[in-house]
Design a binder for this molecule. Structure first.
Ligand code: NAD
Ligand code: UFG
Length: 333
């Protein structure tokens, strides 16, 4: 199939392009490079030995998106493009609502116009808010604590309404847990701008000596060792989950958790990283980070039963591949 991948040069999008190409699909990447680099397209080509088409286009640009649908016979869309920094979204709500919601609406509008009925959407475990773990897809959603999370809840709602009005439309909403790690080649991975907000890129930058010490946000949660617990998933497993979702699309809207189903605490992740890579990670415990929940992990039964997909790479592999990417990439990658 010809798959339009929005945000295809970003962290999860680039790994998914590799998985799609390896599964025999063709990809048309649309990305405005607001959080990615053009060279990533070359890296995808290097890894797979296959060509990709790339448009440097902003998805809120209605005319430019229309032109892409005019130029290509598109069979399906995987929509990753979004702004994703939780803290920044609180400071810049309009930017987040505008970018994330308008992008989704423009893409869906042209899918309907050009009879593209296959749509896969990047949602997030953040929509579960303070539900009880493990989170399952039937749970009622709690209001999230930030505009970023709300854009995911609202986009899910938009897609449900569109599918209701257009019975041929098939949508898979994928709720990701905590993607970490990188492609085994070390060519593509996560390279956040500035000081990382997320745990794994912070750890790898401490390992590299770019940052001095990790701050552990709280050790008095009601968890196994008092630190936050998350469902870390290898980004390549996540990418393969998209191929499975695309291959198993059904009419209407279907929601799947993509995680491992296993919780790992912050201290457990630090220990796993140290063991996997033989590097000490200095850390200090500081206050809780506002907005964080104690535990977040998935019930992954539905994805296995309906998509035949389950994550296979363990926490050591995640730590090894994350470090392999970090150490192979210069500061300005
Ligand atoms: P990323 O920032 O690496 O990738 C997003 C890509 O979209 C970037 O390349 C960016 O340049 C592009 N983009 C943003 N707005 C655009 C626009 N208007 N037009 C064109 N391109 C645009 O992020 P990621 O980690 O790969 O996340 C991908 C998706 O998964 C996002 O929707 C994100 O909200 C969601 N998600 C991510 C995580 C995570 O922890 N990484 C967790 C849950 C959900
Ligand atoms: N943490 C630290 N120190 C840090 C960074 C994080 O102790 O420097 C802790 C957090 O308190 C939390 C855990 O590590 O307990 C994971 O934090 P991340 O920031 O890596 O990830 P979050 O679970 O907070 O959020 C991520 C994405 C969200 C997405 C969510 C889905 O940033 O966009 O996963 O589960 F919605």
């Amino acid at each position: 199939m010809n798959i339009l991948v929005s945000g295809g040069l970003g962290y999860i999008g680039s790994h998914t392009c590799v998985a799609l190409l390896e599964a025999g699909h063709s990809v048309i990447i649309v990305d405005n490079l607001s959080n990615s680099k053009k060279e990533t397209a070359e890296k995808i080509i290097n890894i797979t030995n296959k060509q990709v088409i790339f448009y440097e286009v902003d998805l809120t640009d209605d005319k430019a998106v229309s032109m892409i649908f005019d130029n290509h016979k598109i069979d399906g869309v995987i929509h990753f493009a979004a702004l994703k920094a939780v803290g920044e979204s609180i400071k810049k709500p309009i930017e987040y609502y505008y970018n994330n919601l308008v992008s989704t609406m423009v893409l869906v509008k042209y899918c309907l116009k050009y009879n593209v009925n296959k749509f896969v959407f990047s949602s997030s475990a953040t929509v579960y808010g303070e539900n009880r773990v493990p989170f399952n897809e039937l749970m009622e959603l709690f209001p999230t604590t930030n505009p970023y999370g709300e854009t995911k809840v609202m986009s899910e709602r938009i897609l449900k309404d569109v599918a209701q009005a257009n019975p041929m439309f098939s949508v898979s909403i994928l709720r990701y847990f905590n993607p970490v790690g990188a492609h085994e080649s070390g060519l593509i991975g996560e390279s956040p701008n500035g000081i990382p907000n997320n745990l794994m890129p912070y750890i790898t930058q401490v390992a590299k000596g770019k940052l001095k010490k990790l701050k552990v946000f709280g050790d008095n949660y009601p968890t196994v060792d008092g630190t936050g617990v998350r469902d870390f998933i290898h980004v390549v497993d996540l990418a393969e989950g998209h191929v499975a979702a695309l291959n198993n699309l059904k009419k209407g809207v279907h929601i799947y958790n993509l995680g491992t189903g296993k919780g790992t605490s912050v201290l457990e992740l630090i220990n796993a990283f140290e063991e996997a890579n033989g590097i000490k990670i200095p850390y200090e415990v500081v206050d809780r980070r506002p907005g964080d929940i104690a535990e977040c992990y998935a019930d992954v039964t539905k994805a296995y039963q309906e998509l035949g997909w389950r994550a296979s790479r363990d926490i050591f592999r995640m730590c090894k591949d994350a470090w392999n990417f970090e150490k192979n990439n210069s500061l300005d990658y």
